[in-house]
Design a protein around this ligand. Structure first.
Ligand code: CO
Length: 467
């Protein structure tokens, strides 16, 4: 029997390291593996996304666009892929179409081929313009359904969403199961029906948190899914994904394998050797967390909340916090939990636990979520909560929208005031400023400082700029 070769997207450089070491992997720890990764024959490499962009500027003192340039240099045979938060791009608030267009134009120019575009609430109107801009650049616009389970999220719901995504012009569809909730047989049924209903290719993305991902990926493959996401074994499982080598070994025996397992081992060994450097960012999960099937807290969200509670000295209240999340989710009409809704629901849960009372303090973002500012709520909002939110909503909407030109002159002024060269002239630098204003200011100031240090020698700065 001829085996159909599976198309595999490798996640280690983005979601693998995001899920396991809070996105802290530096480019210098990636570079030694890049040429080998390019030889594997992956259908694409996921390399960029909201968290990588944010962390590059905020913590790693790396320009995310320079990182992308490095990838483009090394990946000659493999397509580069990114995750885009629809109208929120790589940030947490929604941007004007002119900014979406500028970002996508530059990302495509710098080497991104596949744009996986999602909206946390699966509001199609929030991904439509990004899909159009990606199409205009001639790249692969991948519309996404953020999978979740609830009384409103049934098969009919998903089939309709998927069709809507195809109808607005997406070139492919991703099923994004960020919490690992998609059961193998449900997935088989869903993929089978999607393949029947749609013309565009179907990609599956699922996480290992609940221990289902290996079986779910295999069933999806059997149902004819067009692409599977995996992460190299030394950065797999737990909050992350099925291991690349394991998935390949499910399909092939020792003698008929078109993938070079020795090459994959070499790659895995490299990432294994650098992982201990990031020990402090590892979560506490040791195996499978079956609770997630009931509570639906995605892996990345869990490790984040755990860290916040620990910082507050309240780590003993983690299970209480995890219990609170599904209750809030029900109250807000069963929103899927993915950035930014996961952060919004997570911080409201944190508030409720710290206050010892539900909704005593409402965060601004939570009020906005209930009011539909992040997109259309899939189900019904609990009437009691709605009343409370109405009482606390601001009288007028003060959300600001600045034009690109306004941002540009603001950034230019900042540069001249700080004796920096005018970074606002370059679109990618300007985008850093628009999307992460405070982090970008800090980044360019530090960049300037470290240049001075290189000139005068490191003696004085030593210890100051080394993380
Ligand atoms: Co993911």
């Amino acid at each position: 029997m001829k085996i159909k070769k599976p198309n595999i997207t490798e996640l280690v450089l983005r979601d693998g390291q995001q899920s396991l070491i809070a996105t802290r992997m530096k480019i210098e720890d990636m570079i030694p593996a890049l040429s080998n990764l390019d030889k594997v024959g992956y259908s694409s490499m996921e390399v960029w996304g909201g968290a990588t962009y944010d962390v590059c500027l905020r913590y790693l003192n790396e320009n995310p666009w320079t990182r992308l340039k490095t990838f483009k240099k090394y990946f000659k045979n493999t397509k580069l892929q990114m995750l885009l938060r629809g109208k929120n791009l790589v940030g947490y608030k929604s941007y004007d179409d002119s900014i979406l267009s500028l970002f996508i134009k530059n990302a495509a120019k710098e080497g991104i081929h596949i744009f996986r575009i999602f909206d946390a609430l699966n509001d199609i109107s929030h991904i439509k313009s990004s899909i159009e801009f990606v199409n205009r650049e001639g790249q692969n616009s991948q519309g996404t359904i953020c999978y979740t389970t609830s009384p409103v999220h049934n098969e009919k719901y998903w089939l309709k969403k998927a069709k809507d995504i195809e109808d607005i012009g997406a070139k492919s569809l991703a099923i994004k199961d960020m919490a690992g909730l998609l059961r193998p047989n449900t997935c088989y049924e869903l993929v089978t029906k999607l393949k029947k209903n749609l013309k565009i290719p179907i990609f599956l993305h699922t996480h290992s948190t609940t221990g289902l991902s290996d079986a779910t990926n295999l069933k999806a493959y059997e149902a004819g899914v067009d692409n599977i996401d995996t992460s190299i074994s030394s950065f797999s499982n737990l909050y992350a994904h099925t291991a690349t080598e394991s998935f390949i070994s499910m399909i092939y025996g020792d003698n008929d394998n078109p993938y070079d397992m020795k090459l994959l081992t070499k790659i895995s060994d490299h990432f294994n050797s650098i992982r201990p450097k990031y020990n402090q960012y590892e979560g506490s999960m040791r195996g499978v967390d079956i609770n997630m099937l009931l509570k639906q807290v995605p892996g990345g969200m869990l490790s984040n909340l755990e860290k916040q509670l620990t910082d507050l000295g309240k780590q003993h209240r983690l299970s209480q916090l995890i219990d609170e999340i599904p209750k809030i989710r029900k109250d807000v009409g069963y929103v899927p939990l993915v950035t930014p809704s996961s952060q919004i629901v997570g911080s409201q849960a944190l508030m409720n636990i710290i206050d010892g009372a539900r909704y005593k303090t409402l965060t601004k973002e939570f009020i906005d979520l209930v009011n539909g500012k992040y997109g259309k709520i899939p189900g019904e909002v609990c009437p009691k909560l709605l009343k409370k939110v109405e009482k606390n909503s601001p009288d007028s909407d003060v959300s600001e929208t600045k034009s690109i030109l306004e941002y540009k002159s603001e950034f230019s002024k900042f540069c001249s005031e700080n004796n920096l060269k005018d970074y606002s002239k370059k679109e990618t630098d300007l985008l850093n400023y628009i999307l992460f204003t405070n982090e970008a200011k800090q980044f360019y100031l530090t960049l300037h400082k470290s240049k001075i240090d290189q000139v005068i020698g490191l003696q004085e700065g030593f210890g100051l700029y080394i993380e």
